[in-house]
Design a binder for this molecule. Sequence first.
Ligand code: FAD
Length: 391
Amino acid sequence: QDTGKYKGMIEDCCCDYESVDSVNGEVLNPLLQELVKTPFFRYFKVKLWCDCPFWPDDGMCRLRDCSVCECPENEFPEPFKKPFHRGLPADDLVCQEGKPQAAVDRTLDSRAFRGWIVTDNPWTNDDETDNGELTYVNLLLNPERYTGYAGPSARRIWDAVYSENCPKYASGEICQEKKVLYKLISGLHSSISIHIAADYLLDESTNKWGQNRELMYDRVLRYPDRVRNLYFTFLFVLRAMTKAADYLEQAEYDTGNNTEDLKTQSLVRQLLYNPKLQAACPLPFDEAKLWQGQSGPELKQQIQKQFRNISALMDCVSCEKCRLWGKLQVLGLGTALKILFSVDGQNQPSESPQLQRNEVIALVNLLNRLSESVKYVSEQGPSIEKIMSKQ
Ligand code: FAD
């Protein structure tokens, strides 16, 4: 298989392009594709009607297709309706002596899962405890694809995300940590553009959908840094999943359907303890290299604040389906950041991540979206580039 020009080690990661392409194509992508179809992972809880804290909504959506179809009460799993544990009991908070506040520990407590929690994610802006306005959405019925959302409304969101929160770094001028935030957002942006191009409305009069090669080339493939950032983001999120492997393996995937739930558990296990993944890419990203300097704790707080702003900006996306996937993927990234750099707001390193059910649903669906994009670039990228460069 020709992987085009992307060869060698992925910048700031611990694996090479060829190994990532092959393990993703062979094992990760097929497992993730099955996992996101299970009843546990296909329902996402979201507040769709939210006020944009920055600009009034100017409704730029063109297609009817961009509204989201919500689930009726009787459709989503019964256990999802039960109340959660509210945070952790006090004696569960174990003091970790001798650990510098900001240093990152690669290990996690192996007796990890203690029930789903509802404590807000410090990296994101959403109030998960505000159940009143939350609805469940069946993600399989609302695929991420072209919606016609474009123009000044979409542009100012991306502009705000980049210029206010993670300005593009000039080499040597910015610390490693800020570079990570920029690359995560750019990688997510590449992935969103790839999904738009891969599932595009080619002819409105006949309602013909298909791949838009020009768009894929113009928005992503012709910019090597955008492709590199996509791989980086994929490995970052994959690392968060493997770091939390014990927690995720023990977690309850209860939807009231025993057969399906056992299948979900088994797929999670196959994904996280995969011998092919261990061989190809044992440490997808090394988070222990970050926050080493004296300003580590401050920097972490600052980046957390910037990421929260990005999360708040998702409420200004006026196309509903784009907002759904924007919120899901930003929550997924916030969950990956929480797992890798556990900061609980008071700057206490915690023993293991205590996660919300919705955070895990977002994390897995984000990883699947990124895995799809990486597969697209590795399998179709070279031939699209060849065709486009001849035109
Ligand atoms: P945009 O994608 O809007 O990019 C704006 C500018 O950002 C570019 O000119 C470039 O300078 C820079 N840029 C672009 N890509 C990268 C990158 N990877 N890294 C760094 N810089 C980059 N539309 C849909 O049809 N379906 C969706 O599901 C959808 N979801 C969206 C979710 C969010 C959160 C947002 C903000 C927008 C979404 N959109 C969606 C709109 C879509 O992303 C584009 O904004 C739109 O298609 C217009 O594209 P554009 O060519 O103007 O460039």
